[in-house]
Structure formats: C-alpha cells, structure tokens
Design a protein around this ligand. Structure first.
Ligand code: GLV
Ligand code: MN
Ligand code: MN
Length: 421
C-alpha cells in the first residue's frame, strides 16, 4: 500500500499552527527559530483549536469535545461499534517553546488519516484523532490534564483544588472556554479504545546520535512533581546582620543543589531531577528574601529509584530547615507510575518500519506524554522521530520535514494495521 503523506501540506500546517502564539519573550528568538507560547484556554489556544476543527471538518471527520476540552476527531470505520484505534497528542506549548512538541502528533495524526483516506483504505475499527487538553503543566502545575481526567486518574474533587496564577479554578477556565459538562463526565472506561498510539519528537539526542530514523517507545518514565516552600525571615538588606539571618533564598539554594546531587547519586542515566521555577518574595534588591517557592520535577523509568530520590530530597529539606532555622514544606502535586507499551502495537510499528524501509530502535521515553495516562485505559505505544541536537522546550527545537513525513507514514501504517484487528 502506498501512503501518500503530503509533506508540504503538513509543514505548511505546522507553521500555521505556530502562528497561534503569544509574542516571543524578549531576545528569545534567533533567526530561523520559532518561539511558541500557547497556554491552555487562552485566546491563542482557542483560536488554534477552532482552526483544527476546520481542518478536521474538511477531512470529513466527526467532532466531539468533552468536559475538559479534549477533542475527538473520528474517521468512522466499517464496524463503527467496535472500540476505535486512537492517536493524538497536544497543542499547548510552554512559555518560549518550539513548534514541534505535541503538534507533530496532532497534525501528523490528521495527515496520517488523510493519507489513508487518499490511499483508498477502509478501516474496520474507527480511527480517532485526540487533541488532549494541557499536556503541559504551565497553567495548573500538573501535566497531562486532559488525559489524567479522561483516564479517571484526576477526579473532579482533586481537580477543583488546582488554581492558576490568577487563582482561577479549572472549572472556571474550562467553563469560560465553553466546556460546561461535569468534569467526571470526561472519564472513558477501560476498553473504550482498542489501542492508542502517539507520534512525537524524541526530545532527546539518541536517534540523531545513532543515525536512526524512528524510535519505537517501549516504556514511559514515571514523573513526580512537587512545590517546595521555604519560609525564613525577611528584613533590610543593609541593616539585618548576617549572623541572625534566616534567608529563604540562601536555604533554597542549598536545596536546589541537593536535588541535583540526589539525582546524580543514583548513577543511572534515567534519573533526572529539575528545579525549574523559583519565586522569591518579596523580590526586592534591598530586601532579605523571606519566602521562596520552588518547583520540583523528578523522573525515572524505575519508580522505586525515583521514590528513593524523592525521599533523599525530603531529607535534604529537613536538614536545611534545621541548619538554617527556616521552615520547609513540600506539597506533592503528582507521583505517577511508569507505563509499559503494548507488544502488539510495538509489532505493528516494527512491521511498518520494515515496510517503509526505515531504520528504528526500541527506546524509553524520559519525557512524559498523554500516552502515560492512556495506558491506564488501553494498550499504548509511541513513535519517536529525531529532533536536532535532541533539543526541545526551546525555540530552536527542530525536526526535518522528511523525518516528520516519515513518522507520519509509520503512524498511518500502524493505525491501518490496528484498525483491521
Ligand atoms: C512534557 O512536556 C514533559 O515535561 O515531559
Ligand atoms: Mn512538552
Ligand atoms: Mn509533548
């Protein structure tokens, strides 16, 4: 079967999607880079969604949305009552991101469906493209919001406690965006889908380094995130004497270094730990910081090893609190289990790679994806394509048009195979 993926159309659409963005941060853009910021349920996100609805309508797909804004574009199969095959990803982008993270899985998924339609293929099971709400944790501090809710991992009661920077709740912002059903109505039962497969850029350096065209993801690492709040005592930066200080930022600095040390101490390449945000109060040149809030992100493919790192970090927080006479409190936002991919889907991807004569390698995903939560309701796997220098979450994120088209062809073949099962 020839799969007529339209590489030029796909690239034009990816570039157009990138125009739905907040302006680039000062000085962030270098010639040739595309800085994208698209936060869930902002005007830019809503405009991008409306444009995608139009593309899907043009492709003859039916459209459904759920209470959290997940959107389902369905190509009906010849046996529409069978559980469908799903693919998809996200279009939200962290501040000052690139234009490929998530979007390749959404527009590539759409192009895969259009290419299968053009090839004359008739699916037995329906094929559904899913646009997940807020895979990025930017607005509510927790990643994979849409797939967490859909899989029943995040219930309405817990979700109601989450607030964005303006103190708005998920219910407030989703209602304002037009998604008004009770949140739990978005839950899909196990068995709703037969399989889920996600196309994504690797976001790491391995495929490019090894000169490989496709990564076949066998497992997704277990993410955990927390907020750490350090409270000391503020005061005048000139008059407050050093021996009596309880500087919250100095204490936070020790904790940040302890986070790095705890991850390095495992000796495993799969352990990573990051403090990516640091809010300092009151944030004045001539004021001793009295309160600091840090974000903490720890991941590992081995859940027990990750939990040991979390325990070591908690111990370091206690040690710093005692030594510096500050209080340190930790609020756990999520600590998720890893996911293992389905051998049946891995076989289908491998067969597709052989048919397309592309080189591939099995690998783990250290980044998380909506697939992590889809794994709780159906068998999943992922297809990775290389990205330049392994860079992601930056404006210079880049995958070649050829890689994107190749990944899309592999996805199309995989969806076709699964839809006939
Ligand atoms: C997803 O963007 C992640 O942080 O892994
Ligand atoms: Mn991302
Ligand atoms: Mn992503």
């Amino acid at each position: 079967m020839n799969i007529p993926v339209d590489q030029d159309r796909l690239l034009i659409e990816l570039k157009h999607l990138a125009t739905f963005s907040e302006p680039a941060a000062d000085g962030a853009e270098k010639p040739g880079d595309t800085a994208v910021t698209r936060i869930v349920f902002t005007d830019r996100d809503r405009e991008a969604r409306a444009w995608l609805h139009q593309l899907a309508t043009d492709a003859g797909l039916s459209i459904r949305t759920d209470a959290v804004g997940n959107t389902f574009f369905r190509w009906h199969g010849s046996e529409p009552d069978l559980p469908a095959i799903a693919t998809g990803s996200h279009i939200d982008a962290i501040p000052n991101a690139g234009m490929y993270d998530g979007t390749v899985g959404v527009l590539g998924g759409l192009e895969a469906i259009r290419a299968l339609q053009a090839s004359g293929f008739t699916p037995k099971r329906s094929i559904e493209l899913v646009l997940f709400t807020s895979e990025e944790p930017t607005r509510f501090g927790i990643g994979c919001l849409g797939s967490r809710v859909m899989s029943g991992t995040l219930g309405a009661e817990t979700a109601a406690k989450l607030r964005d920077k303006s103190d708005e709740t998920i219910d407030q912002v989703r209602n304002a965006a037009g998604f008004n059903e009770p949140l739990n109505s978005a839950i899909l039962p196990p068995g709703h889908y037969a399989h889920f497969v996600e196309l994504h850029i690797e976001q790491g350096p391995i495929l490019e380094r090894e000169g490989l065209e496709i990564g076949i993801v066998t497992a997704i690492a277990a993410p955990a995130s927390s907020n750490i709040t350090i409270v000391g005592a503020g005061g005048h930066a000139g008059a407050m004497l050093m021996p009596i200080r309880k500087d919250a930022l100095a204490a936070a600095s020790e904790i940040i270094l302890a986070v790095e040390a705890a991850a390095l101490a495992t000796g495993a390449i799969d352990t990573v730990a990051t403090v990516g945000m640091c809010d300092v109060f009151p944030g004045a040149v001539n004021s001793v910081p009295s309160r600091v809030r840090l974000s903490l992100d720890v991941r590992d493919i081995d859940e027990a090893r990750r939990d040991k790192v979390l325990a070591d970090i908690r111990q370091a927080c206690d040690d710093t609190a005692a030594k510096r006479h500050v209080t340190v409190t930790t609020e756990v936002l999520n600590a998720d289990a890893p996911a293992t991919c389905s051998p049946a889907i891995l076989d289908a991807i491998e067969t597709a790679c052989n048919e397309e004569k592309v080189t591939s390698q099995k690998m783990v995903s250290r980044a998380y994806h909506d697939s992590l939560f889809m794994a709780r309701i159906c068998p999943i796997a992922m297809i990775f394509i290389p990205c330049r220098n392994g860079v992601s979450h930056r404006p210079d994120e880049f995958s070649t048009p050829e890689s994107i088209a190749k990944g899309t062809r592999i996805l199309a073949r995989t969806l076709a195979t699964l839809s006939l099962t």
